[in-house]
Design a protein around this ligand. Structure first.
Ligand SMILES: Cc1cc2nc3c(=O)[nH]c(=O)nc-3n(C[C@H](O)[C@H](O)[C@H](O)COP(=O)(O)OP(=O)(O)OC[C@H]3O[C@@H](n4cnc5c(N)ncnc54)[C@H](O)[C@@H]3O)c2cc1C
Length: 457
């Protein structure tokens, strides 16, 4: 679409820039953390607030165009081709209410923005491994936080959502104003409305005990087995994961890890350092680690626990929820995604259970709460493109299928088969989501996402 009179009229009414292909700022406005793909919109609306979002959806509706939403760009799935992209990167407002222990978070804020403000009051949001991730997209997909075994999914701690629905109407959604939409938005990610802001609960947390233990390549299997056994013994205050990472031989990587395929056990413990030390003693006893970064740390430093990359790059990845990580699973993980596999794979296994397994105080669409572990596999992409990595990931997921308890929506990266999205929900919940989609977005205007197509009852 060029700068037609329609687009010019839209640009006059919207507070932020409205861009079309060829505009100098167009490429920067559609770029995000994931560089393996990019939205190809006819129009980008760089929204500054709810009215801009409303105008963008109204424009899309009038021109029968699909709408995509992008904040930080970690979760690009289906790129929009020729539709409207709402870029929320200018809506970064965060307002903490220390008395109520809540934060009002605008659509484009990253977790780092929330963490900065919350920790100033001895509070923490239910953020995840990477502070660079967009807070709203993360929360709408469920949100598996560093404190998740104690507090459950981030989506369970949303008090209200401000939205613009597919009919271009702004709304304030709570469990009382619209229980169905409130349920579907928390778990159904971008399928039901554009969220312009959310009000979330924060948790009191001055300090935690956390960091990582890194073990060398010959210990990968032993560490996986020992960690798996150890997870059965820990309280809900301890959330952990183990990652098997092929570290590049680069100066940016800590010297002991350079060029090694290491096991990285990541710990976040809510409690004193002394209690934390006692809890991790069995892991330290497995073998002498290459590196031990466990210490008391403030939540402002929470991004150091997993040390996710902060630079945009190209990747593909998927996940499978597991009922257990048994001996056969350990063999599959190492055989199909370990050091000897030609496609470099980063495998992460999260310990679930605890509050993640309990029903939320206010029900949400976040499903599959009976899984005990989450296995994620991710590969950086080079010249060969996503094909080899996707095939390798599929082999691993198939090998683990006897233990599968579904998928987790937020960790499906790139364009995924419909059955993977479907598997993120129990059958009855998926049917209800598809029916609610008929009510809230019958034309599937919000389809450039991990899509739940409308399906009448
Ligand atoms: C390095 C890395 C670390 C991660 N760590 C965690 C973790 O610890 N825990 C966890 O649960 N997840 C984690 N994730 C997954 C992440 O939460 C999702 O990919 C999330 O969707 C990213 O949001 P974003 O704004 O960064 O991405 P975007 O690509 O900008 O958004 C992703 C999707 O979210 C939806 N969306 C975004 N904003 C809105 C809005 N305002 N209204 C409606 N829909 C919207 C859209 O469908 C959009 O396509 C991680 C991902 C990466 C790459």
């Amino acid at each position: 679409m060029e700068r037609t009179p329609d687009v010019e009229t839209l640009a006059c009414r919207v507070g932020g820039p409205v861009l079309v292909p060829g505009d100098a700022a167009y490429d920067a406005a559609r770029s995000g953390f994931q560089t393996a793909g990019r939205h190809e919109p006819a129009v980008i609306v760089c929204a500054t607030g709810t009215e801009d979002v409303r105008l963008a959806v109204e424009f899309a509706r009038a021109n029968r165009l699909p709408v995509a939403v992008q904040a930080a760009g970690h979760g690009l799935s289906v790129p929009v081709a020729g539709g409207v992209l709402i870029a929320t990167g200018r809506m970064t407002g965060v307002r903490v209410d220390p008395g109520a222990r809540t934060a009002r978070v605008e659509a484009g804020a990253r977790w780092a923005d929330v963490i900065r403000q919350a920790t100033a009051h001895g509070l923490a949001p239910l953020s995840g491994s990477s502070p660079g991730v967009g807070a709203v997209g993360y929360t709408l997909a469920g949100g598996l936080s560093l404190l998740s075994r104690r507090y459950g999914y981030a989506a369970d701690h949303v008090r209200f959502l401000d939205v613009v629905t597919a009919d271009a109407r702004p709304g304030h959604v709570t469990v009382d104003t619209d229980p169905d939409l409130f349920w579907a938005l928390r778990g159904g990610q971008g399928n039901f409305a554009v969220v312009t802001g959310m009000d979330i609960e924060l948790v009191p947390l001055a300090e935690l005990y956390g960091g990582g233990l890194y073990f060398d390549t010959p210990l990968l299997a032993e560490v996986l087995r020992a960690w798996r056994r150890w997870t059965e013994t820990v309280p809900d205050e301890l959330t952990s994961s183990v990652a098997l990472v092929p570290y590049p031989d680069l100066l940016a990587v800590p010297e002991p890890l350079r060029g090694r395929h290491a096991a990285h056990v990541r710990i976040a413990h809510i409690g004193s350092a002394a209690a934390g030390e006692r809890l991790v003693a069995p892991l330290r006893a497995v073998a002498r680690p290459l590196l031990d970064t466990l210490r008391p740390l403030s939540y402002a430093e929470s991004g150091t626990i997993c040390g996710d990359p902060a630079q945009p790059h190209a990747y593909t990845g998927t996940n499978v929820l597991l009922r257990d990580v048994d001996e056969a699973a350990v063999e599959s993980i190492l055989g199909l995604a370990g050091p000897d596999v030609p496609v470099p794979c980063v495998v992460q296994v999260n310990h679930l259970g605890g509050a993640l397994a309990r029903p939320a105080a206010v029900a949400s669409a976040v499903g599959r709460r009976d899984a005990q572990y989450l296995l994620r596999v991710l590969s950086p992409l080079g010249a060969a493109g996503p094909g080899p990595a996707r095939r390798q990931h599929r082999r691993l997921v198939e090998a683990l299928s006897p233990l599968s308890a579904g998928r987790m929506l937020g960790f499906l990266f790139g364009e995924r088969p419909a059955e993977e999205v479907r598997a993120a929900f129990g059958p009855a919940d998926y049917r209800l989501l598809a029916e609610l989609k008929v009510r809230y977005d019958p034309d599937n205007t919000f389809r450039c996402n991990l899509n739940i197509p409308p399906a009448p009852a």
